[in-house]
Design a binder for this molecule. Sequence first.
Ligand code: SAM
Length: 255
Amino acid sequence: MNNHLLSQWEANAGAFAQLINGKGTPHHRKILNPCINRLMGDVKGKKILDAGCGEGYLSRVYTEKGANVVGVDFSPKLIALSQKKFADLDIEFLVADICQLDPLKDNQFDIVLCNLVLLNIECLDKSLQEFYRVLRPGGFLIFSVVHPAFNVYGPGRWELGEKIKNTGRRKGQYFVIDQYFTEKEFQVLWKSRKGDGFPQKFSFFHRTISTYVNQVIDTGFRLTILKEPLPIMDAKFFDRERRIPFFLVVKAEKP
Ligand SMILES: C[S@@+](CC[C@H](N)C(=O)[O-])C[C@H]1O[C@@H](n2cnc3c(N)ncnc32)[C@H](O)[C@@H]1O
């Protein structure tokens, strides 16, 4: 286990749980989750691993839809919060590192859901191998990451366009990206548009889309779909997210 990554999540656990607040941010609710829901399909009676479950709201969502969910996270603080928050529901929450899921037996899950976690870990290869191991044949993995090509906390940023003569204003705004092929760890201090944020920097690992996809294939999965979800129709303030994709979602099957 990588200790600096764990101590970042432990330090940010309270602020993260507050941000998610049992329902996710507007980006989750209006862009990512509708896509994830469609890919999950009918989960009634299915056994699901919520890998890197955070404060556990997706474990709750799929439990309420009739699934049997195990939520794992390496942060003892986040697991304690989930256990407390969702104590009235039949969800098993465990402290475990997704790079080494020793407590979990082989071939037992119908679905592994790993929402916005793989960009926070160093061991992409090991975690995919563990997901493959614990899935039953015919089961599938769904994971999402912040879109690797358009991540403002990584090699990209928004910039204002050209100066408009004699006005002091600028025309339009554009997403600028450089060093896309340089895969490395970034440390960011997260702040929302409203100005609230996390007390400590946390790491994420920039990787190219081909690294993610080829690692999935090399692990033995059959890639079934790749999605770059748009905001749902009633989401009014996602102008930028309608111009370039904010998330990348992958679904793959264990043959
Ligand atoms: C951005 S949060 C996403 C949480 C949740 N999946 C959601 O959608 O709200 C990333 C989560 O991954 C967890 N995490 C990071 N590295 C992990 C690892 N190696 N094993 C298990 N959990 C990990 C963090 O503690 C954090 O809860």
